[in-house]
Each structure stands twice: as C-alpha cells, then as structure tokens.
Design a protein around this ligand. Structure first.
Ligand code: SF4
Length: 218
C-alpha cells in the first residue's frame, strides 16, 4: 500500500547529503564500489559481504581478487581454493560454493560479462534483487533503488511508504520518490541506520533530520 510522503523529501536529502559528506563513515558497499573497477568484482564482493563484518569482507575481497579477478579465473578455482582465499568471511564454505556457481553461470550464460538488467542478474545463482540493484547502480550507473533492511525500515518510519517487505518498499519508493534520489537513498539511509538511527536505538538528538522527521522522539 502506498501513502503520501510525510517527510519533506527534498529537505531530507539536502540535510542527509551534507551530513554524510561531513561524516567520516561509509557503508562497506560504498567502500567496495569505490575500490572495485569491474562489475564482476562488485558482484563477487557483495556476495561475500552477507552477514560479515566490513573489515573481513574487504580483506577477503582483496585476497580473492589477487588470485582471481574475473569470472573465468574464479570458475577455474576449486571450492577448497576459494574457501581458503575468502576465509574467514561468514559461511565461507557455502559462499565459496556459491561464488563458483555464480562465476560459472556468468561465463557459460553471459560469455563472462556481468549482465546489465535486473531480470538477467536475478537469474544468477545467489543474486537477489538487493544485490542486483546495487550492481546496476554502482557498476553500471543505472537508475535503480537498492532496498536493504535500513532503507525498508526508515522509509516506513518517514511515511514514504507503508509496506511489509523490502521488495514492496522498492516498488512503492519507485512511485513515491523522485528519480534523482534513487541511486543515493541506499548509501544515505544505510549510513543513518548504522549510526544514529539504529533498529534498536534512535539517537534523535544527534540526527541531522531531527527537525523534520515524523518519527523523531526526544
Ligand atoms: S530523527 Fe530519530 S527517528 Fe528520525 S531518522 Fe533521525 S534518529 Fe531516526
């Protein structure tokens, strides 16, 4: 179900942009995107990042890419070799298996080139809408909205959407949010959600949006 935005969207993004620019903090996804020069590296490192601390993901990605930085090279490695390279990311053995399947699929079905549509990306093993959206935005500069738990939660708190799942939130945000904010909402709300607006604790007094947020609680 959609609803009228309650927060002043332009004002919110103006405040968020300024706050994020001055903050010495970046979500791991943005660090990865900044350091990776190919869609494959972004796709692979996003897969490694699930339920893993930022520093561990960064180290594992570097270790992996120093040995195999393309889908072809990754597909040639055994699951054991991949496990050793990405250890100790969470669920490293399962992720090694998934990484190999993903690399094989990109090579066999797409000629080693990461596809540029959500429909194609989400046919790849282990690639959901969240990962696919992120790759489209960060690797291909496409207009998409990447909805994770923070974007889903805070968009609902702000009255931008009234939804139960991240997928519903993505659909509703595409109707309610001006397109110029699509690519950036993930970075800004993840930063907000990991610092002052955590799921378990809202530090509204420190929040750049405290004057305009409909959920502010002092
Ligand atoms: S004002 Fe409070 S509830 Fe609103 S976004 Fe900031 S921390 Fe979250």
């Amino acid at each position: 179900m959609s609803c009228s935005p309650k927060i002043q969207v332009d004002k919110a993004f103006q405040l968020l942009r300024k706050w994020v620019a001055e903050l010495d903090y970046a979500p791991v996804i943005d660090l990865m995107a900044a350091g990776h020069d190919s869609p494959w590296k972004l796709l692979a490192s996003t897969m490694l990042s699930a339920r893993t601390k930022d520093a561990v993901t960064t180290k594992a990605s570097k270790s992996l890419f120093s040995h195999a930085d393309t889908p072809e090279k990754t597909a040639e490695l055994s699951v054991e070799e991949l496990s050793e390279l990405i250890y100790p990311v969470g669920f490293y053995r399962t992720k090694a298996e998934n990484l190999k399947k993903l690399a094989q699929a990109v090579v066999e079905r797409f000629g080693g080139v990461v596809p540029e549509t959500l429909e194609e990306l989400t046919t790849l093993p282990g690639v959901g809408v969240k990962t696919a959206s992120l790759v489209l935005i960060k690797a291909f500069d496409k207009y998409e909205i990447c909805v994770d738990t923070h974007v889903h939660r805070i968009s609902n708190m702000w009255g931008l959407v009234s939804t139960r799942t991240p997928e519903e939130t993505r659909t509703e945000l595409k109707k309610n949010l001006p397109k110029k904010y699509w690519k950036e909402i993930n970075q800004e709300l993840v930063t907000l959600g990991q610092t002052v607006c955590k799921p378990t604790k809202h530090e509204c007094g420190k929040c750049p949006l405290k004057e305009i947020c409909p959920a502010a609680d002092f």
